[in-house]
Design a protein around this ligand. Structure first.
Ligand SMILES: Cc1ncc(COP(=O)(O)O)c(C=O)c1O
Length: 401
């Protein structure tokens, strides 16, 4: 009985899937419905309008696809590009690596710009490549906004500035899987052509819905893109949007009602307040890590992620042991170190429907585990640093105080 569930609540602190709020769970606890009856198209129509708000777009066209983040990647790529197209992609961690692998397997000519894990995308290198590409052979820039494996957030406004500086027409395709609805994200303002997320991250829903949003330029590109696509073809959706029935195939009724409830919570709190809450929880976590005398995997303040913190452990400690101990002894889930940083880091996910006291509980658990594995820590040091900051900084929902 190594992994028996202990009493009380499980503390889920992986950077997705995240905790599902009770109102969302209740909204999803319902029977199936006929998706061709009038209620579901009406619900879908209003959801399509509402999801645009989380991308901060008025001109984008959203697609809610029964898939995960990986499917959303494929949808973004295959609808806008043709086999052999040259794309620039940044390798900065496990998720950008997986996306690059998908890009290669789909037949694109991927020019990889690699950074040390813990650093952000090398935008100077991108600038040099764009400057040299006077023939405009580069068709797209693919970038993971928030690299969940290392806790690195890239600066998308700068990506757009560099593209504009060289007057380069490449499409900007952005993975916002662990950023949208938690970090500052402005699709229209930053000229993002395709943005995508997955339901199990900051939206705090079950896994199973990939939301992809296409700019008018991306929709135009989809008319000539030659990549083979069937399940992910935006055209099928657009046909059904026109007819007013919205679904080319069967949607998850429960996820649609869950999304409605999740968006209601987000809009009630205010999207910008949600983003500010993540900033506070991110900062509090980093203060705790400092107080423990441990290092953040992220190698520069400008890249600090407010949704996930990857904590580097001393060389004599195996971070996998920390994650295992969290399961076995404390009924808590922390994120493993992945690939290059396996055994070297553990990750604290602080995204989604989460509050200060939940985070402090997690930090207290991490302290006990660190002590268990022989790290010389003063119990309460990180919790105190985080609590002092949280208590003194602006509360998350001013209207409720
Ligand atoms: C940044 C990022 N992109 C893509 C994915 C892949 O998403 P999924 O596992 O839903 O396919 C993840 C998963 O954690 C992720 O963090």
């Amino acid at each position: 009985m190594d992994y028996m569930n202990g009493p009380g609540r499980h503390h889920l602190f992986v950077p997705g899937p995240v905790n599902i709020p009770e109102p969302v769970i209740r909204a999803m606890n319902r029977n199936n419905e006929d998706y061709r009856a009038p209620a579901i198209p009406a619900l879908t129509k209003s959801l399509l309008e509402d999801v645009k708000k989380i991308f901060k777009t008025t001109t984008g066209t959203p697609f809610m696809i029964p898939t995960t983040g990986t499917g959303a990647w494929e949808s973004a790529l295959t609808n806008t590009l043709s086999p052999g197209d040259k794309v620039i992609s940044f390798l900065i961690g496990q998720f950008s690596l997986l996306w690059i692998d998908q890009q290669k397997r789909l037949g694109f000519d991927v020019d990889v710009i690699e950074s040390e894990w813990g650093k952000g995308a090398d935008l100077e290198a991108m600038g040099s490549k764009l400057a040299a590409d006077t023939a405009h052979n580069i068709k797209a820039i693919c970038i993971v906004h928030n690299e969940t494996a290392t806790g690195v957030t890239n600066n998308l406004a700068t990506v757009r500035r560099v593209l504009d500086h060289y007057n380069h027409p490449a499409l900007l395709l952005v993975d916002g899987v662990s950023s949208i609805c938690a970090l500052d994200f402005r699709m229209d303002e930053w000229g993002i052509d395709v943005a995508l997320t997955g339901s199990q991250k900051a939206l705090s829903l079950p896994t199973g819905m990939g939301i992809v949003c296409a700019s008018p330029k991306a929709l135009e590109a989809s008319k000539t893109a030659k990549s083979v696509r069937v399940f992910f073809d935006w055209n099928d959706y657009l046909k059904f949007y026109k007819m007013g029935s919205y679904w080319p195939y069967t949607p998850s009724i429960q996820l649609l009602y869950g999304l409605k409830a999740a968006l209601e919570l987000i809009f009630e709190e205010g999207l910008d307040n949600v983003i500010a809450r993540h900033a506070r929880l991110g900062k509090a976590t980093r203060l705790a890590v400092d107080a423990w005398g441990l290092k953040n995997c992220t190698q520069g303040e400008e890249w600090f992620s407010d949704t996930v913190t990857a904590v580097v452990v001393p060389p004599h400690i195996d971070s996998n042991e920390i994650v295992k101990r969290a399961w076995k002894r404390y009924n808590m889930s922390l994120g493993l170190g992945l690939n290059k940083v396996a055994g070297k880091v553990f990750r604290i996910g602080h995204l989604g429907h989460l509050n200060e006291l939940q985070l402090l509980g997690c930090l207290a658990g991490v302290e006990m585990i660190l002590k268990d594995v022989g790290y010389p820590i003063k119990l309460g040091s990180g919790v105190a640093a985080a609590a002092a900051y949280l208590q003194n900084s602006t509360p998350m929902i001013p209207s409720r105080i």
